[in-house]
Design a binder for this molecule. Structure first.
Ligand SMILES: Cc1ncc(COP(=O)(O)O)c(C=O)c1O
Length: 369
């Protein structure tokens, strides 16, 4: 559901111009509260990569002071709000020596690994480093599979953790990512049960783990409906209580916190009829806020204030590239040049991957209460 109505959007368009991203502070706060209500035992570390806009980080920081960071720049942007390094978790499984050093210098001392070569890099800092071992759980039911590039095979993970211990490194727990926009809560349940098995096998070898990180992947509604959030979170809550009642549990949600808290206001800047199909050209595209169409495989709800019969149309971005198509096969009432459109759920993996290609600058962002 959009965070603003058409009337409000028209006022913002008048005041700020378009393309314009409108962030709802209340919606972000509500999402953090929903998390606290449904998974009260899980400390959220917001995944900065989903949307590192400083205004958004400021809102998140005022209700939740923990952050998942993956790079030196992400450490810097979060640190600018006074967040302590001890409240950050470095979740990138592959790092350079200077990245580890930079993180440690800034007080970040929790890191992730998933292979033996990464372990070598921690040896010079072994007394200052706590490690989570990332386990791979491939998932065909999610939109973005995050166990293709990273994660140790669950069977081989036992040997890897014991190798780390024998190297004198502090392996403190496990983490996983079931894939982004994961629609099936039982993927978490299965992963949690498998992690319990790994915890137990390692305990038999004298390696006692203390932390479980259940990653990100929690879904939001785009064009497709998702199950009610209570039904989604319940099985995860139960599995954590069943298997991990005495373990510190953390998570790294990104999309869930910000995606549906941001609307994009667009203007139709041109139109044409080609081969009997209407083409509408708008002032933001796949090189801008719609970059999530390419990298995040997302399809965002498109709203117009026009009523009337819907006709098949193509909606295209402003650049000269034919690839810059935002909706290849949409159905909209007949639009005119100057019309305003609202695109909802534009908060995650959108503006952060926007470019200046062709001289079109990324959309401006405003925050409303
Ligand atoms: C390591 C890690 N943690 C957390 C996230 C956030 O995932 P999501 O936005 O699906 O919650 C990602 C997304 O790519 C990730 O790679």
């Amino acid at each position: 559901m959009a965070v603003i109505g058409m009337k409000e959007a028209r006022e913002f368009k008048e005041q700020h111009g378009t393309p314009l991203l409108v962030v709802s502070k209340r919606r972000i706060e509500d999402k953090i509260q929903i998390w606290k209500d449904y998974l009260p035992q899980v400390q959220m570390y917001y995944a900065v990569k989903a949307n590192p806009n400083p205004e958004i980080l400021k809102i998140i920081n005022s209700s939740n002071e923990y952050f998942d960071i993956c790079s030196n720049a992400e450490i810097e942007v979060v640190k600018a709000f006074g967040v302590k390094g001890s409240n950050m978790l470095h979740t990138h499984p592959i790092k350079r020596d200077q990245d580890i050093r930079f993180a440690l210098e800034n007080g970040v001392n929790w890191f992730v690994f998933d292979n033996e070569y990464e372990l070598q890099k921690f040896l010079p800092y072994k007394d200052r480093v706590n490690l989570l071992m990332r386990i791979s759980f491939p998932n065909p039911d999610c939109v973005v599979n995050l166990s293709y590039k990273f994660g140790a095979d669950p069977v081989q993970s036992i040997e890897l953790a014991l190798m780390a211990r024998d190297m004198g490194l502090n392996v403190k727990g496990l983490c996983f990512h079931v894939g982004s926009q994961n629609l099936n809560p039982f993927k978490y349940v299965d992963a949690i049960a498998e992690c319990k098995r790994i915890f137990n096998l390692l305990a038999l070898q004298g390696l006692i783990l203390e932390v479980l990180d259940i990653g990100g992947g929690f879904p939001v509604e785009y064009n497709e409906h998702i199950m009610p959030l209570r039904n989604f979170f319940n099985p995860i809550y139960d599995a954590l209580n069943r298997y991990f009642s005495n373990t510190r549990i953390i998570a790294e949600p990104g999309r869930f916190v910000v995606a549906d808290a941001v609307d994009l206001i667009l203007t139709v800047i041109g139109k044409a009829k080609r081969d009997n199909v209407w083409w509408y050209y708008v002032d933001d595209g796949v090189y801008g806020s719609f970059s999530g169409k390419v990298f995040d495989h997302c399809d965002y709800p498109l709203l117009s204030e026009r009523k009337g019969k819907r006709e098949q149309c193509i909606v295209a971005g402003p650049t000269c590239d034919s690839f810059d198509i935002t909706y290849q096969n949409s159905a909209m009432p007949r639009l005119d040049i100057g019309d305003m459109l609202i695109v909802s759920s534009m908060g995650a993996y959108t503006s952060c991957s926007a470019t200046n290609f062709n001289g079109f600058v990324p959309a401006k962002t405003i925050v409303i209460d």
